[in-house]
Design a protein around this ligand. Sequence first.
Ligand SMILES: *[C@@H]1O[C@H](CO)[C@@H](O)[C@H](O)[C@H]1NC(C)=O
Ligand SMILES: *[C@@H]1O[C@H](CO)[C@@H](O)[C@H](O)[C@H]1NC(C)=O
Ligand SMILES: *[C@@H]1O[C@H](CO)[C@@H](O)[C@H](O)[C@H]1NC(C)=O
Ligand SMILES: *[C@@H]1O[C@H](CO)[C@@H](O)[C@H](O)[C@H]1NC(C)=O
Ligand SMILES: *[C@@H]1O[C@H](CO)[C@@H](O)[C@H](O)[C@H]1NC(C)=O
Ligand SMILES: *[C@@H]1O[C@H](CO)[C@@H](O)[C@H](O)[C@H]1NC(C)=O
Length: 482
Amino acid sequence: MTLFGLSFFVLALSHFFTVYSRPTGDHLRNIDSFIRAVQQVEDSNPGLSPLALVRALRRTAGHDDEMTNHFLGALYNLSDAELLETAIFNASSFSFFDKALHHIVTNYGEERGVVLAPDGTTVALTPLLLGIESGLKAKIEGTQAVGLFPLTLGRTLGLSFLSLQDFPPSYRLGPNGCWDSVDRPKLFKLSRPATLATDAVINGGMDGAILGMDLSNLPASEQPQALSEVLKGYYSFDLYEAQGLDAVTRHVSPRRREISRSILEPLDLHSQVMETLALVWKLEKTEWIALDNGVGKAVKDGLQEFVHKYWDCPQIIPRCQWGAKPYQSTPIPLSLPLQFLYVHHTYEPSSPCLSFPNCSRNMRAMQRFHQVDRGWSDIGYSFVVGSDGYVYEGRGWNHLGRHTRGHNAIGYGVSIIGNYTATLPSRHAMDLLRHHLVRCAVDGGRLAANFTIHGHRQVVNYTSCPGYAFYSEIRSWEHFSE
Ligand SMILES: *[C@@H]1O[C@H](CO)[C@@H](O)[C@H](O)[C@H]1NC(C)=O
Ligand SMILES: *[C@@H]1O[C@H](CO)[C@@H](O)[C@H](O)[C@H]1NC(C)=O
Ligand SMILES: *[C@@H]1O[C@H](CO)[C@@H](O)[C@H](O)[C@H]1NC(C)=O
Ligand SMILES: *[C@@H]1O[C@H](CO)[C@@H](O)[C@H](O)[C@H]1NC(C)=O
Ligand SMILES: *[C@@H]1O[C@H](CO)[C@@H](O)[C@H](O)[C@H]1NC(C)=O
Ligand SMILES: *[C@@H]1O[C@H](CO)[C@@H](O)[C@H](O)[C@H]1NC(C)=O
């Protein structure tokens, strides 16, 4: 090792010890811990504006790339930024945020800088906070939010599409992953090699765009709430009524796909991503990249995949996340595309599930019943729809299910949790199935374009499934056939 290398090493090491060896304990990587830490800072700094706080967090996270500075202002330019930060954070809160905010994927496929939200999805904090800062800045200055799309999604998407041009579009985005424990989350492991736009980065980007837009659109007379309140309102809420999300008009995390789509799709994403890339190259003085004539096509193909994967398809909670037991023998592959979709209700559990912990518990109970009491290899359904805003993975797209006697090889079996003999599922849960899951299946080549919907009772005798009320509803659905 050269002398220079050694001194660099020693320097890095001492930095490591000063920053990382403080006795903070291992913190949990869920959004509640993050909100609590934010709230403690707010409590010990009365009068601190939310904008000053997100700026101090940006500084802690070291987000000082050219494009961020271009839209939000360089932090080293804010005369007293450094003083502000040291006044706000003491050693232990600095160390907490320093660890919580830095986004990296390790060589072992662990993604850091992400947190588990109460709805069971995982969110990167960086794009979330950049969107919020853009919204708060606009609110204070009385202008439109600038750079909201480039900061939250545009830059990451554009760079991810380009960096993986030689791979099929479906490999240029994602993946999702799973936590070591949903009750005490500490380690998030990705399911395959990471792109720049992991699912968590995209979720954080959508949330940042939504919250940034909401903050910038607050009426002039209304002051923005504290950062902790903004985050709580969006991530930590309870659904009580059987109608679930139908009764919620506020912006909440399980609706991120539909709300971000309604905000962003009208913007003409193709030209937005192209402009974002041009800006990044200009600021970084790498304009020559734009001369590559594959850029336009890479962005077009990438965006088409983005729209399919994150807006048309529902978010599917993977098996590892709801605590599935392994399949008991070797799964049998389906031959795709299938021709039928069989609609079920679970009957038992008889109440719609309204939260990630409760829907997951229902999934585990049904799997136990099917594996232990019935002696099947796995939960019977292909997918199960909760009333918490999410679809849960059963046997999935590729494996033969056990849901509709005599028809399992030719169709998917999808069930909505609840007893729909006399009442209907929430509109939101039905839309997840009839619009999103179906479109996802057809566009992804899993269901034939001319597929047919049947209720379970139409093809199997002695069952009233999916319940009288729900059955009469699906008879009016597109693709239903007597
Ligand atoms: C550090 O700051 C946090 C939040 O401002 C506060 O809750 C905590 O008590 C402080 N810790 C110490 C050791 O001063
Ligand atoms: C920083 O401040 C200088 C002088 O006030 C100004 O010329 C420059 O444009 C600023 N830079 C950024 C990135 O805001
Ligand atoms: C979850 O289930 C528990 C017990 O089964 C119940 O008390 C609670 O109200 C449920 N929570 C939600 C949000 O549905
Ligand atoms: C399902 O709903 C019907 C109609 O309300 C009711 O008669 C039946 O007992 C319910 N079954 C279960 C398991 O809750
Ligand atoms: C659906 O389309 C396929 C090929 O396009 C055709 O072979 C099949 O007969 C059609 N099925 C129905 C039910 O119309
Ligand atoms: C269901 O019952 C009807 C009439 O009772 C009978 O014709 C039909 O073959 C039965 N279907 C199956 C799949 O058992």
